[in-house]
Design a protein around this ligand. Structure first.
Ligand code: DGJ
Length: 735
């Protein structure tokens, strides 16, 4: 045979044996406006991911996508499986699922069975693809909810079986994703108390990189489940392809980034299987949490606006609504107050012009008064010495002053020095045979136990029953699960390895009951600072506390980092005494979200008070744009001596621009560079005014000038930031 004929034969053979090109396959596109994930069966009926990226104009084009890549080397031909399994030997990558069947066999081979597509009442497309084990009656439904306009995808699985006994799930991820690019840049977030959301950029190389939590509660204490993964090159605000999102689970999470032998990305996201093998009875169903993400092809700005819009429209409680400005007493008094002092603070709150007074920690406990953090937690009765007339008196007094009243609770926790601990030791998570371990002198209640759930629900319910006009709750959670043993699971002969999952589910049950009865009362999610920020809990909370670090300079960075994943309406920022910056700087930073104060309002100097009063009025004037508008991050403080961020309303007629000096070394009087605005209408004419000018200072520029949107977005505007004007807030309005 001559060489030409040999070559021809090889081509014919490769076509004949190439399963992807020629077997009867099923292609399942999951699409939003700009993003598509395409699944397709191979000749063995294994479901593969054949495209993750831009939606194509013609859906039939997806059918040949699989053939474009040669992911067929032996032992690595399942790397792009739609749901990777442990237990068939030709899967070389990290499994999304690992099980032991009722008969003790631990193999799994999932093949495509069927799919269905529906439209949800809110207009999302729900695709459910059923996979079945080739031998066992064991099923996995892969679920995809695609939000067209927001380019957001929610992905999770539902696992079920009809085997003769329990199946043990050793791993049960929500999703795996396969990305076909060649280089990956991960931004993940480390942290600790008062240091939340510290970004870390890592170029991922072949092998495994994991972000995870094992803390049980307060899962974001040392890292978060938010991440962004840029493809081919690091993304900027306006350029690059980037996947951004989080695992929406208030508990132990694990997100694994495996760069495989093809240098492609196999990403597995789910509940952390650590200490969490789950026994699933026949006929029951295990629903995993949602892995929620967007893919932007125009950098992180578009990506975060997608996530923010989606949260406001469909996830965050009352995301399209209003919020209350407030004065909190935590840093003004700590545990040291009584009812007279509080009533005095109400006057300060009213005088400032905020909507609500928020009473923080320290109001409860009698046998063990809550005068420090080592006693009283769990005993939710007013301390008679501090508050002889109880909470109703305070609510009433606040009402008389014309402000609303809110209260702090931490209902999942208990101090060993408490009546709750004495009466209900079996409700406390603890290892009976070992010494107790404390975090902030406290322990965690066992929310796997329905009685403990009732108790936690009762804390909120009793407060509302006695105080129907209570207007706000701050729900704190300061301790991780250190003593991971449940008496309830033990008594009911359930495995201790269910604890972390059932705790999280137990908490959600309580919150569901609270919201069924009190659907809209604003509640702030707080966790010893920003220890809890997952999207699932935000279904029950209107806002969250980002960090106890309120140093305004550090806060610029913290708020910047959170802003990639959350809308400003959900982000609580308080003006406090932290930091060396002037009061104006602190107020300007806190105004870039949901504004609050935690200061001794009555002790403010007259000019400071007058400034705050005016700043609150200004905030009330532009809050609607901050809460419901689009955010553009204009100047990155990690790359410049300043940060600049702007919010624009839907009509592109009104905008607020926040500018902060972030490098306090000598910058003299020379103003920094102009800032190029975004999101305006190039054809419209705008006027710029300076807001929050302190005392009798004058605006730093001529306010009568008119600029085109085109000019402001291409030449920019110089807010004239310098050491004497370290923060400048601008209002940009169309004529
Ligand atoms: C931690 C919170 O982050 C603070 O704001 C405050 O509420 C304290 N707990 C109270 O103990």
């Amino acid at each position: 045979m001559n060489s030409f004929k040999l070559l021809l034969l090889a081509v014919i053979c490769s076509i004949a044996i190439d399963p992807v090109l020629h077997a009867q396959t099923t292609a399942i596109p999951i699409e939003t406006k700009n993003v598509a994930i395409v699944l397709q069966t191979d000749k063995n009926n294994h479901l593969k991911i054949v495209h993750t990226g831009r939606a194509l104009a013609s859906a039939t084009d997806y059918e040949t996508a699989a053939a474009a890549y040669r992911l067929t080397s032996q032992g690595a031909n399942l790397n792009n499986a739609a749901y990777t399994v442990a237990g068939i030997n030709n899967n070389f990558v990290e499994p999304a699922i690992a099980v032991v069947h009722a008969d003790g066999n631990n193999s799994l081979d999932l093949v495509y069975e069927k799919q269905r597509m529906t439209t949800t009442p809110e207009g999302a497309t729900l695709t459910v693809v059923t996979l079945k084990d080739a031998v066992y009656p064991f099923y996995v439904d892969l679920c995809f909810k695609a939000w067209k306009n927001e380019d957001v995808i929610e992905q999770w699985t539902e696992i079920r079986h009809t085997e003769k006994g329990k199946v043990t799930l050793n791993k049960y991820a929500s999703a795996n994703v396969y990305l076909f690019d060649d280089r990956f840049y991960l931004t993940s977030y480390n942290g600790n108390w008062a240091k939340e959301m510290q970004p870390e950029l890592t170029q991922l190389k072949q092998g495994m990189h994991t972000i995870e939590s094992r803390l049980g509660t307060r899962e974001n204490l040392i890292g978060t489940q938010n991440f962004m993964l840029a493809m081919d090159q690091p993304a900027t605000e306006t350029t690059g392809t980037v996947l951004m999102g989080q695992l929406a689970w208030n508990g132990n999470y694990s997100i694994q980034f495996e760069t495989d032998t093809y240098k492609k990305m196999h990403l597995v996201a789910g509940i952390n299987p650590w200490q969490s093998a789950y026994e699933l009875k026949p006929g029951s169903r295990f629903e995993t949490p949602k892995f929620i993400y967007t893919i932007s092809f125009n950098g992180t700005g578009t990506g975060s606006r997608n996530l923010q819009r989606w949260l406001r429209n469909y996830q965050l409680l009352d995301g399209k609504g209003e919020r209350l400005t407030l004065l909190n007493n935590w840093e003004a008094t700590y545990f040291n107050f009584d009812q007279n002092k509080l009533v005095d603070l109400f006057k300060g709150a009213k005088d400032l012009g905020v909507d609500l007074f928020l009473l923080d920690d320290g109001w409860f406990g009698n046998k063990y008064p809550r005068n420090s953090d080592n006693a009283g937690l769990g005993d939710w009765q007013e301390n008679k010495k501090k508050l002889p007339d109880g909470i109703p008196y305070l609510v009433n007094e606040a009402g008389k002053q014309g402000i609303k009243f809110g209260i702090w609770i931490e209902p999942e926790m208990v101090n060993p020095k408490s009546e709750l601990y004495e009466k209900h030791l079996d409700w406390v998570l603890r290892e009976e045979k070992r010494p107790e371990i404390y975090f902030r002198n406290q322990m965690v209640l066992d929310l796997t136990n329905p009685e403990a759930q009732d108790f936690v629900f009762g804390v909120v319910d009793n407060l509302f029953k006695k105080n129907p006009s209570l207007a706000f709750i701050k729900w704190d959670c300061n301790a991780p699960i250190f003593n991971g043993h449940s008496k309830y699971l033990e008594k009911n002969k359930l495995p201790q390895s269910h604890l972390y999952v059932e705790y999280t589910r137990g908490l959600e049950k309580v919150l569901q009951r609270i919201r069924a009865k009190y659907p809209k009362v604003p509640m702030m999610l707080c966790s010893g600072g920003g220890g809890r920020t997952d999207y699932t809990l935000l279904k029950y909370f209107t806002e969250f506390w980002l960090s106890d670090d309120t140093d305004p300079l550090e806060r610029v960075f913290i708020q910047w980092n959170y802003s990639y994943y959350y809308p400003a309406i959900a982000m609580c920022n308080h003006v406090t005494e932290w930091g060396k910056q002037p009061l104006k700087y602190r107020v300007d930073v806190a105004s870039m979200g949901k504004l609050g104060f935690d200061i001794k309002a009555n002790d403010l100097k007259p000019e400071d008070k007058a400034f705050c009063q005016q700043a609150i009025k200004n905030y009330n004037g532009f809050k609607d744009i901050v809460w419901h508008g689009d955010l553009y991050r204009l100047k990155n403080p990690y790359e410049n001596d300043m940060a600049s961020l702007m919010f624009v309303n839907k009509e592109r007629t009104k905008s607020v621009v926040f500018n902060y000096l972030t490098n306090w070394r000598y910058v003299g009087d020379a103003a920094l560079d102009p800032v190029k605005l975004q999101g305006l209408d190039p054809a419209k004419k705008y006027k710029i005014k300076e807001l929050n000018v302190y005392g009798n200072q004058k605006p730093g520029f001529d306010e009568s000038k008119v600029y085109s949107g085109d000019y402001l977005m291409n030449i920019g505007f110089n807010p004239n930031i310098n050491l004497r004007r370290p923060s400048v807030v601008l209002s940009v309005e169309a004529l």
